[in-house]
Design a protein around this ligand. Structure first.
Ligand code: HEM
Length: 445
């Protein structure tokens, strides 16, 4: 008992764990919220046991800055859920890979190619909702718009409607599976048994997604062999670089593993976009004043113009503030999981090597020390401020921060190099959010 007490005494404070289950009984289906409630009693850096897994949660901008800036070298590996091991997906997923050579190569590729003007995806198209006046499934319309944009960036083409629907369903189901509680994650010793069958169910979805991507790869290879012109999209770039990324395996499941892994991750990223659009509309529908301001701004700036481009975004400050305020209140990735690869000391506390580290973005974005009325939807709070989601203002980190900051987030330091003049870098992601948001908002209007 003395040993147990001593080893815990240098950990951050936290609720006392029960035998076997640890603190699992104190979490509900929204763990970011239950962890925030627990932190009110134990402090913004808190340790607890989730089953057999020692976990440290950070819930304040200051502790997040210390982990993601000062100790980022030691805390940059992902703590991977067992479902991500289905079909060996984690071995080629930028989301899961440890911060080493392959991960760096994929990050570089994503940063350079994803938002380059050549790969604009042929422009975002308005979501089609027929017939006019009928009820709108906002989530579906927004997800379809987001996936269409991604599909055109990767393959220079929309998927046919049946495949697009299937991709959307697979991504939805996989997100629910990956985010749900899994005994294997809390008791790694029994993970191999896959007691809840989560990995097995995930494997079915991953295989389906890989088959859809494979079809595109084979089609492209045939068109290349026939001497057709290059599309210069992400698939062309990936096929050119495949040799460097080492997946010329003869094993069917490993062949094109890197392309499959990256494209699957990117499709999953589309879900965050549609989640944000859904939340923005839900907030706007409850805030008629804000909705009116958005619509007036759109009418004044855009008129009847159908296609928004980068230059228009800077003329829509209120819509940008709505997107930011939505990301602050409803971050689609509220609790990104890390793993400490070395023991680190933070504010006098010790986080041992191997500890799971959760960054509670949801709680950080609502920190009472940083925001007035933090739980209220007030887009105006972002007007006239420089606070941005580039990962430097730690009171607002919807895309995370540090070296694992969201890959969809155009990189802030590229902008620094250009003295901040590269508006494309700055607004690339905002564009991908705003275009479908406008499309759906207009349908509602
Ligand atoms: C509203 C939009 C989005 C939000 C709020 C968001 C947020 C996040 C967050 C919080 C993380 C974890 C960061 C960390 O660990 O510190 C992340 C990771 C990631 N995001 Fe996004 N994301 C969005 C859109 C996208 C899109 C559209 C894509 C793909 C095109 C994407 C691709 C990724 C990838 C690949 C990672 C893993 C990066 C790594 O571990 O190295 N995200 N995102």
């Amino acid at each position: 008992l003395q040993f147990f007490h001593d080893s815990r005494s240098r950990l951050p404070p936290g609720p006392w764990p029960l035998p076997l289950i640890g603190n699992l009984h104190q979490l509900d289906h929204l763990p970011h919220r239950s962890l925030a409630r627990l932190a009110a009693r134990h402090g913004p850096l808190m340790s607890l046991c989730l089953g057999a897994v020692l976990t440290v949660v950070t819930l304040s901008p200051d502790t997040a800055r210390e982990i993601l800036q000062r100790h980022n070298a030691a805390v940059a590996a992902r703590s991977i859920g067992d479902s991500m091991r289905a079909c060996g997906h984690c071995e080629s997923s930028v989301l899961c890979l440890p911060p080493r050579r392959k991960w760096r190569a994929l990050r570089r590729l994503g940063a350079a190619e994803l938002f380059s003007p050549q790969r604009g995806g042929g422009g975002a198209r308005p979501a089609r909702v027929e017939p006019r006046g009928a009820p709108v499934d906002v989530g579906r319309a927004a997800h379809a718009a987001a996936l269409g944009l991604l599909s055109r960036t990767m393959f220079s083409a929309d998927q046919d409607p049946a495949t697009a629907r299937e991709v959307s369903d697979v991504v939805d189901e996989a997100s629910v599976l990956a985010a749900g509680p899994n005994v294997s994650d809390f008791f790694p010793a029994v993970a191999a048994a896959d007691l809840q069958g989560v990995r097995r169910r995930m494997a079915r979805l991953v295989k389906r997604m890989y088959a859809i991507i494979d079809e595109q790869i084979e089609r492209r290879k045939r068109s290349r062999a026939a001497g057709e012109a290059r599309r210069n999209d992400l698939l062309d770039v990936m096929l050119d670089k495949e040799g460097e990324l080492e997946d010329q395996s003869t094993d069917e499941m490993k062949r094109h593993g890197t392309i499959r892994g990256l494209f699957t991750d990117l499709f999953t990223g589309g879900e965050t976009t549609s989640h944000t659009i859904e939340c923005a509309l839900a907030e706007l529908l409850q805030a008629p004043n804000s909705m009116r301001k958005v619509q007036e701004e759109l009418k004044t700036v855009m008129g009847t113009k159908q296609q928004i481009d980068e230059t228009d975004i800077s003329k829509l400050p209120y819509l940008q503030a709505v997107v930011k305020e939505t990301l602050r209140l409803h971050p689609p990735v509220p609790l990104p999981p890390y793993e400490a690869e070395a023991t680190v000391e933070i504010q006098g506390y010790v986080i041992p090597k191997g500890t799971k580290v959760l960054i509670n973005i949801w709680a950080i974005n609502r920190c009472v020390d940083s925001w007035i009325e933090p739980n209220k939807f007030m887009p105006e709070r972002f007007l006239g401020t420089e606070v941005n989601f580039m990962g430097r203002d730690f009171q607002f980190i919807p895309f995370g921060a540090g070296r694992r900051i969201c890959l969809g987030q155009p990189l802030a330091h590229r902008m620094d190099e250009d003295n901040g003049v590269d508006m494309r870098e700055r607004f690339g992601l905002a564009l991908s959010l705003v275009v479908p948001l406008r499309a759906v908002a207009e349908e509602i209007h």
